[in-house]
Design a protein around this ligand. Structure first.
Ligand code: SAH
Ligand code: SF4
Length: 372
């Protein structure tokens, strides 16, 4: 099997070159070609000696997963569906805004954590994505957007767009990033590396449902901005809708958030809160949230539930969301409400479905239970 160079960070590539008897600076040159120039064909790497290019042609590839589908919605939101093996697909979404371009990246095929309102969670779990499959989402988006002739919809940030269409990455696609820790950390390192994409730590966000020990490890290994999927203000309710809460309950999660902030590039945690009509959207819940997060510098991102077939949930009414938001704002919190983008291509970030051939046996079990 040839080595897929998208699987290696600069350190790994340098080690691999050393094994081949090549100088470390050659690894840096090739790394630039791959990530900064988007070149997959070694023949085009013109400042590399011909003999080395031929060697690379035999031993290596730059191989992103095949793209099954790419589409742009009316508001400029872009979506790619990547083929990651038999009956499996993962999605990546690019959301252009006035002052930034955000790429929403997937980390796993499916997810094992079974949050009840999440279509990924309902589909079961197949496998972790490789480093190549994670970084390829940025590689494809960055280089295809960069070379696009018509970027009117992406014309954000005077000048910035020309060489950097993707300014922000959020790990909010399919999967729980901290459950695929090593691969995600290596991929994050490539995103931040000035020899590759050079994204700022403040503009790369990991979103987690609250895997406490992995949050501590992330703080140590690669402190980027952190979003925590809270979704409930008390353990009884969170146990039901975010089952990992039974393992890492709210008091532990809040303590982990405080510890994370010691290392974080930003001085707040973003709490994501999916609003589920009649479940977690009452004024009383907002008041409990204020109590819960008293000692954690944070912002709230309220996300109207994105419905999917047979979910059993509904999105709240606009005025219910307004009341909830105002209670938090009156208590001094910064609250954003996520706009739904790319509706016509079903690409609202964090609500990506993809296709999962479940391997955990969980989907079958659930179907039996529902049939009974
Ligand atoms: N596993 C990680 C990251 C992926 S999900 C996490 O849970 O944080 C990204 C965000 O989308 C999370 O906050 C998640 O709870 C939210 N989300 C999942 N399903 C949703 C739905 N149907 N409607 C709205 N938001 C949803
Ligand atoms: Fe997994 Fe996140 Fe969906 Fe929960 S919300 S099932 S952690 S992807």
């Amino acid at each position: 099997m040839p080595q897929n160079l998208l699987d290696l960070d600069l350190e790994g590539l340098t080690a691999w070159f050393t094994e081949l008897g090549e100088k470390p600076f050659r690894a840096k040159q090739v790394f630039h070609w791959v990530h900064q120039s988007g070149v997959a064909d070694f023949a085009q790497m013109t400042d590399i000696a011909k003999s080395l290019r031929e060697k690379l042609q035999q031993l290596a590839v730059v191989a992103p997963p095949a793209i099954n589908y790419a589409h742009t919605s009316a508001d400029g939101t872009r979506k790619w569906l990547f083929d990651v093996g038999v009956a499996n697909g993962i999605e990546t979404v690019f959301i252009p805004e006035d002052d930034r371009g955000t790429l929403c990246v997937s980390s796993q095929v499916g997810c094992a954590l079974e949050c009840t309102f999440c279509s990924t969670g309902r589909q079961g779990f197949n496998r972790n994505l490789t480093v190549a499959e994670i970084i390829a989402q940025l590689w494809v988006a960055h280089h295809s957007l960069k070379t696009e002739p018509n970027r009117t919809a992406l014309n954000h940030g005077a000048g910035e767009i020309s060489d950097r269409p993707v300014t922000n990455v959020v790990m909010m696609g399919m999967g729980e990033p901290l459950a695929n820790f090593e691969n995600v950390v290596t991929a994050l390192g490539i995103m931040l590396d000035d020899h590759a994409y050079g994204l700022s730590r403040r503009r790369v966000t990991v979103s987690t449902s609250g895997l406490v020990p992995a949050m501590d490890r992330l703080a140590e290994r690669c402190p980027v901005a952190l979003a925590v999927s809270l979704h409930a203000p008390n353990d009884a309710l969170r146990d039901q809708i975010v089952p990992i809460n039974k393992k890492y309950p709210l008091a532990e999660l809040m303590a982990a958030c405080r510890r994370y902030l010691v290392h974080a590039p930003r001085d707040f945690i973003t709490f994501e809160y999916v609003m589920l009509a009649g479940v977690n959207d009452q004024a009383e819940h907002a008041r409990q949230l204020i109590e819960l997060t008293r000692d954690v510098p944070c912002k709230f991102n309220l996300i109207p539930f994105n419905p999917f077939p047979d979910s059993g949930y509904e999105k709240p009414r606009v005025d219910t969301m307004r009341v909830f938001r105002e209670i938090l704002q009156d208590a001094g919190y910064v609250v954003t409400t996520r706009k739904t983008r790319g509706d016509d291509i079903d690409a609202a970030c964090g609500q990506l479905a993809g296709k999962v051939a479940d391997k955990s046996g969980r989907v079958m079990k659930r179907m039996h239970k529902e049939a009974a």
